[in-house]
Design a protein around this ligand. Structure first.
Ligand SMILES: [Fe+2]
Ligand SMILES: [Fe+2]
Length: 167
């Protein structure tokens, strides 16, 4: 669990990023099971941040959270193999990075998180601690979602979204 202060920080970082990039667009696409890309990214950001507080409290939390929120910002339905997405597993980090760079001036850490999160499927490993943590959190969340276990909920994000008229 995050402390109240940590939860506030995570929610504030996601809200700040949401004013720069259309994160909500990710809710239109399913990632795994019945979890949308947006919910997946929130779960990965939550878990990676939670792990970082235990394992490397001095790492760059803001970049870790922002990189986690953008790591699957590829904005298409990868289940449609006919639409040229058969190599999605290998190519989507670059697609997410291209999309993110249209909206956000990324830090090197954020760029590395997005580009390297599919290791070891893509051969070059992450370079920094933040990217390793997101890579690990992504694997854990993906397995849970594929098994249709409950995704890690980050309630403050979804409560704020409901208050703003979302779902
Ligand atoms: Fe991904
Ligand atoms: Fe992911």
């Amino acid at each position: 669990m995050l402390t109240v202060e940590e939860a506030r920080y995570l929610a504030a970082c996601i809200a700040e990023l949401g004013r720069e990039a259309p994160l909500e667009d990710m809710d239109r696409y399913i990632q795994h099971g019945d979890t949308s890309c947006l919910r997946h990214c929130v779960a990965v950001a939550y878990l990676a941040y939670r792990l970082s507080r235990r394992l490397c409290p001095r790492c760059d939390a803001r970049s870790l959270i922002r990189g986690a929120m953008l790591h699957d910002f590829f904005l298409y339905d990868w289940h449609e193999k006919d639409a040229g997405h058969s190599l999605h597993g290998f190519t989507h980090p670059a697609a997410a990075l291209r999309n993110a760079e249209r909206f956000v001036a990324l830090t090197p850490v954020e760029r590395n998180i997005i580009r390297r999160h599919m290791w070891p499927l893509t051969p070059v490993p992450p370079l920094c601690r933040e990217a390793w943590l997101v890579c690990l959190a992504d694997k854990i969340c993906s397995l849970r979602e594929t098994a249709r276990l409950r995704p890690y909920p980050f309630r403050p994000f979804f409560a704020a979204r409901r208050r703003a008229g979302g779902q």
